[in-house]
Design a protein around this ligand. Sequence first.
Ligand SMILES: Cc1cc2nc3c(=O)[nH]c(=O)nc-3n(C[C@H](O)[C@H](O)[C@H](O)COP(=O)(O)OP(=O)(O)OC[C@H]3O[C@@H](n4cnc5c(N)ncnc54)[C@H](O)[C@@H]3O)c2cc1C
Length: 379
Amino acid sequence: MQIPRLVLVGAGHAHLHVVRHLAAFTRRGVQVMLVDPGCFWYSGLATGMLAGQYPCEADWLDPAPLIEQAGGTFMRDRVDRLDLEAQCAHTAGGTCVPWDAISFNIGSEVATDAIHGAAEHAWPVKPIAGLCRLRYRLVDLFQQHPHPRITVVGGGPTACEIAAGIEQLAHAHGAAIQLRLCSSAARLIADWPARASSALTRELHSRSIRIENDCRIIRCHSDHVEAADGRQHESDLTILATGLRAPSLTGGLGLPADRAHGLHVNACLQSTAHPRIFGAGDCIRFNDRPLPKVGIYGVRAGPILRDNLLAVLRGLPLRPFRPQRRYLVILNLGRDRALAMRGRWWWLGRGPMWWKHWLDHRFMQRHRPHPRPRRRNWQ
Ligand SMILES: Cc1cc2nc3c(=O)[nH]c(=O)nc-3n(C[C@H](O)[C@H](O)[C@H](O)COP(=O)(O)OP(=O)(O)OC[C@H]3O[C@@H](n4cnc5c(N)ncnc54)[C@H](O)[C@@H]3O)c2cc1C
């Protein structure tokens, strides 16, 4: 009898859960391989890392020892094509990885092609690893330039966190920056309660962050940005935080998918066109109801994905994922302050920052590989 092979593409949140519970597969003789070109970078700590609050090392973990300790294998490579007939995933490194079931948890990207010149002149907030490099780039800029002008393009939660993180970093380095947040909407985080949005605006203003509402940036240049209404703002460094979309790979798999949301999956996280292909996290369009691209949905999908991958390999029925409608968001606003939001409830102050710090470190702690037990030397 042939040994069933499961391939996990991308070390995202849901796959980390599968890897943590790999024994359910290995004890049934399933061979599991995880393919990822890099490491898992945790977005919960990302803006704290950018702000200098946490070292870069606190924000990532290497999935290789995690899966190897659990009895699976790891391939440091990028899947760039799928052969549906031969059931094989092709990697950028030229390997063909055979599978009996395959799952995608490959995250999301910033649409750099939506703004002219952004690909050349702006720094996207994804991948998260890039924010560690951005921190060093900012520190260089603070040293080279007496009054650097920095623009964050976007008006959502990520843009606000990024702006606050840059302000904290500049403050810690004694740099006098001119920081501008350009949002295309009439107010920050337009889908939040108006009072929470106003409190956030006041908080950012109090740090001398200039907020330009109704300012849709259409062009980025090396030294300035241009808005649709003709406004121009000088900018030595421009950061793009204009929202996330699925990676282009999801559109090239030969399966139903759309550019904005990603691979189309049904309620059981299974491709709408192939019973042995699954997906979770930011790279899917869930059951005709696109979910917000936030980590919590990847985390919550993890147990269902694990059960359904196992079920499909054993010919058992699948169970549906029931995503929650409301979720907690805590924005790290730097200087030990944060804004927590759930539904219409919100809280701005130091308390939410302690809460966020605790939640995020607990998440990373839970997923860090355990050090191998040292052999005792009896001599
Ligand atoms: C600055 C910032 C802050 C954020 N803060 C929060 C927050 O506080 N809370 C929150 O819930 N959300 C936050 N988000 C959103 C969050 O980043 C995403 O929702 C989350 O990372 C999605 O997780 P995922 O499990 O889908 O994939 P990810 O965790 O992004 O993992 C995807 C993995 O797939 C790998 N991969 C990609 N392509 C391939 C390929 N072709 N082959 C193999 N592997 C591949 C990558 O290397 C990566 O390891 C933030 C986003 C940003 C940009």
